[in-house]
Design a protein around this ligand. Structure first.
Ligand code: AMP
Ligand code: GLY
Length: 431
């Protein structure tokens, strides 16, 4: 098989690396890719939302499967364009991807299908939004409706702060993305990320993962795209997983199909495990980054049959066969530590030199995935973004996986970078 993968982050490097291990796969082409993905297969320089040129690239490469990594091309309708051309595409339609690209759409679907989530209201008028806030208790959760690069959610501790945020968002803080504002109830509990590979009807569930969104140790400081992750996440017990399937995933997939928007690809369910059970924090239309790195590294079996079946149909009724190919029961505890450029999630300096990634890769159980990396004119690896490397490791236990990942971090020589030192703490504290 010839695969075309769209994206250039740690998530996509992990997907490329994993797919390339499949006996079914001859070549993984990526665009735009990164220096890590370059080592897996040929990379092209078409950007992820350049739909016209992506279509041309597909016509040139004639891939047997196209895998779309990030959300922006999904929201731009890339899957629809490529499917109309007859390609098999892993990734939901523009319409179905609104579960991520519009919080208001997503909340309305959850309510329609009876899926547990925080109570909410949807506003375009500041006066009405502020009146609604006065019916709620602190802290207040305000969300820009559209995609805002992970910055569209504000948790305000006081009414004054919340009022100010209402004014800012509705007067264009995030442009069109905050023309509509969702205000919702604050949910208490522990978060987890659950990934469902689906053809719109059948579904295969990967082991639950947990992200670390705050930049600093002890979950302090501003939110980021994610500073590290691990799986399996013990907060998602078998009982919680069964409820996520029955109360969240199944009604969502059924409802979307019934309403003419079948969801094909991976549904990322951000859940809050509350005293009342699992509730949806958000849906995403793609794998999580850095959760994907952990899942691809920890999986022992082949992911490609499940991705292909999600794209072409044929999962429903055959879930057990795909789970067997994934070898889910052999999933190894895995952790990833994100190394980011100093200053992230704020402004970062580009161009600092990174050494000894190879040394880290030689350590037992370690695989370093690239995200914002580049090669400079003399062939040295440099930092070219906020999140730069995902140092990922598996072990017999999560403790071993975490220790191995940090051994990998310590082998890398990059004075311009930093990482959290407490990835996995929730699970490790449980013992
Ligand atoms: P989102 O982009 O919707 O996932 O929100 C970003 C982060 O804000 C989530 O990962 C949660 O940590 C937090 N958050 C969002 N909505 C809520 C809520 N209703 N209650 C508590 N925390 C929330
Ligand atoms: N790690 C969370 C996300 O990908 O949205």
């Amino acid at each position: 098989m010839n695969i075309l993968l769209i994206g250039s982050g740690g998530r996509e490097h992990a997907l490329a690396w994993k797919m390339a291990h499949s006996p079914l796969v001859d070549v993984v082409h990526s665009t735009p890719g990164n220096p890590g993905m370059d080592e897996v297969g040929p990379c092209f320089d078409v950007g992820v939302t350049d739909v016209d040129n992506l279509e041309k690239l597909a016509l040139q490469l004639e891939p047997d499967l196209i895998v779309i990594g990030p959300e922006a091309p999904l929201a731009a309708g890339l899957s629809d364009v490529l499917r109309a051309r007859g390609y098999d595409v892993f990734g939901p339609s523009r319409e179905a991807a609104q579960l991520e690209s519009s919080k208001a759409f997503s909340k309305a679907r959850m309510v329609a299908y009876g899926v547990p989530t925080a109570a909410y209201g949807e506003f375009t008028e500041p006066g009405l939004a502020k009146a609604f806030l006065r019916t709620m208790e602190a802290p207040y959760v305000l969300k820009a409706d559209g995609l805002a690069a992970g910055k569209g959610v504000v948790i305000a501790q006081t009414l004054d702060e919340a009022d100010a945020e209402v004014d800012e968002m509705l007067s264009g803080k995030f442009g069109d993305a905050s023309a509509v504002l969702v205000i919702e109830e604050f949910m208490h509990g522990e978060e987890a990320s659950i990934f469902v590979i689906t053809d719109g009807e059948g579904a295969v569930y990967l082991p639950a993962a947990q992200d670390h969104k705050r930049v600093g140790d002890g979950d302090t400081g501003p939110n980021t795209g994610g500073m590290g992750a691990y799986a399996p996440a013990p907060v998602v017990t078998d009982g919680i997983m069964a409820r996520v399937k029955r109360e969240i995933a199944e009604p969502m997939l059924k409802g979307m199909a019934r309403d003419g928007m079948p969801y094909q690809g991976v549904l990322f369910i951000g859940v809050m495990v509350t005293d009342e059970g699992p509730k949806v924090v958000e849906f995403n239309a793609r794998f999580g980054d850095p959760e994907c790195q952990v899942l691809m590294k920890g999986l022992k079996g082949d992911i490609v049959p499940a991705l292909l079946a999600a794209a072409t149909g044929g999962l429903a009724g055959n879930e057990a066969a795909f789970e067997a190919l994934l070898e889910l029961e052999l999933f190894e505890p895995t952790a990833t530590v994100v190394m980011a450029a100093k200053g992230y999630p704020g402004t970062v300096e580009k161009g600092s030199v990174i050494k000894h990634v190879g040394k880290a890769n030689d350590l037992p159980g370690v695989k370093v995935f690239h995200a914002g990396t580049d090669m400079n004119e003399i062939g040295l690896l440099t930092a070219n973004g906020g999140r730069v490397l995902s140092v990922t490791a598996s072990g017999k236990t999560l403790r071993e996986a975490v220790d191995r990942a940090y051994a990998g971090v310590d082998a890398i020589d990059w004075p311009g970078g930093f990482c959290r030192r407490d990835i996995g703490w929730r699970a490790l504290e449980r013992g």
